[in-house]
Design a protein around this ligand. Sequence first.
Ligand code: GDP
Ligand code: MG
Length: 339
Amino acid sequence: MIEVIDEVKHISIPLYEDILERIKSRYPRRGGVEGEIAKLQTVYNTVVSKTEDVGKLEKILSRLHPFYLRLVEVEFERRDVEEAFKCISKARRVAGRLWERYRYAILASRDLREARRVSAEGRGRILSLFKRCGRRLELLRNLTVFLQRLPSINPEEPTIVVAGPPNVGKSTFVRSVSTAKPEVADYPFTTKQVTVGHRMYGFTRVQIIDTPGLLDRPLEEMNQIERRAVAALVELNGVTLFLVDPTKNAYMSLERQAKLIRDVKAITGGKPMYVGVNKCDVAEEGEIERAVEALAKLKEEGVVEEVYKLSAVNSVEASKILDEIVKLSILMGGGGGAV
Ligand SMILES: Nc1nc2c(ncn2[C@@H]2O[C@H](COP(=O)(O)OP(=O)(O)O)[C@@H](O)[C@H]2O)c(=O)[nH]1
Ligand SMILES: [Mg+2]
């Protein structure tokens, strides 16, 4: 599935102006009737070759994983995209017919003057087909750039989504447990970046991603766009690890963090959820105990599977907890993604 996203890196959709530029740069200087046919052919060949990738883009979209599709749907209306494809494929079809028809008409002209007039008319008609699709080409160009910039999250890989309030240590955790240097990328519609790391379990690669400031507040406080962006996260194949900050410097109170756990459980469509009480290296004993107690209740209620204590800066400790979660949820095939 990730190959689909790789394929999109090779796609290039022109604007109408780009098509014109290309034609100008290739215009034949030949004269006579032959020259008129060559001009018409240049226009026809260029519109066809420049819009070749539109069909490829359409195929890519039809094979896109729901995770990516959800992200696309935040920004682009499905109907607009479909109409854009229709507009361009129709223009290509009609251009083929016009090219045939006008080529014969040029050959059948009585003199060079008529050949010039017919050729100019044919070129104008072919170009206007694509000029009319100008806005659609722009839409498809934007869509392509959007797909090319998507963070390299592989929706088919078993995934640990790391959630929690700002500053709790999500990115630190991903860096700590990753075997290779994690990738940092922009996530659409947020100002925040997402860190994507990996860890191998035998032949199984597990993906660990921190969430880009999306799973840190209840659904009621999100706008429509944020909700759709969250809906994409739900399409990922895995479980949630929610980090809690027990210290007095925490971004939000323990009570609010506990409430957020319930919210995130609901937002993520009930995916299995694990909780890590983070920053245990600096938190006071009393703070840790208070957090563990509050969370034990959530475990009793079945909202969370398990509660761990850790400090994400300690990569041995962080990795041990990840191993545990992977063993429980992914390698056992329970709840999370089957491998
Ligand atoms: N002492 C301590 N600091 C931590 C720990 N985990 C994260 N931090 C620090 O907390 C701050 C926020 O961490 P970050 O990973 O950026 O949080 P995020 O906003 O949830 O991604 C950084 O200064 C980290 O170094 C931890 O286990 N112990
Ligand atoms: Mg972060």
